[in-house]
Design a protein around this ligand. Structure first.
Ligand code: ZN
Length: 170
């Protein structure tokens, strides 16, 4: 017969013993309880709590509960729908985040599209420590001007290099 080596080991088996006192796996625990007064006290205390829970009964709802609930439901259904901001706030407060992710991605994409990356500060070509929006916009404009200039130069080079080809072959 396997004897429990310590009181600590015995305490961990007490809940099992409480739920199924006759189980063969609890034989060692029962034997320990017979020889150890502190563990036995602990077990009696647990048992008392357990019986107390058995005796406890959930209070019955008042007889008007269903009626009141129905009235509240009708009120909520008849109430004018909340504004979009209120609804958004409610969803943000109560949602688990899962159903919101596509919307968040969409909103972020919209921000990037509208702001050209400046609003979310993810244009990322040159991360300034704390750029103001104006400075950032000016930088973007500057880059656009440079890009247009480069484009013009390329087009000019293209047309000049095209010239020999356009000459009729003789
Ligand atoms: Zn013990």
């Amino acid at each position: 017969m396997n004897r429990l080596t310590s009181c600590k080991e015995c305490r961990s088996t007490l809940p099992d013993l409480l739920l199924d006192p006759a189980a063969s796996s609890n034989t060692a625990a029962r034997a320990h309880l017979e020889s150890c007064a502190p563990c036995n006290d602990e077990f009696r205390s647990l048992q008392a709590t357990f019986y107390l829970l058995d005796a406890w009964q959930a209070p019955e709802p008042s007889s008007y509960f269903d009626q009141k609930l129905a009235v509240r439901l009708r009120e909520e259904q008849a109430a004018p729908p909340a504004g979009w901001f209120e609804r958004l706030r409610t969803r943000l407060t109560l949602n688990t985040g899962r159903q919101f992710r596509p919307a968040m991605v969409g909103a972020l994409a919209l921000v990037i599209l509208l702001g050209g990356g400046t609003a979310a500060n993810i244009s990322g070509r040159r991360m300034v420590a704390n750029p103001s929006a104006t400075v950032n916009d000016l930088q973007i404009l500057d880059k656009n001007a440079q890009a247009l200039q480069t484009m013009d130069q390329l087009l000019q080079e293209d047309s000049s290099s095209d010239e020999p080809a356009t000459q009729p072959l003789t």
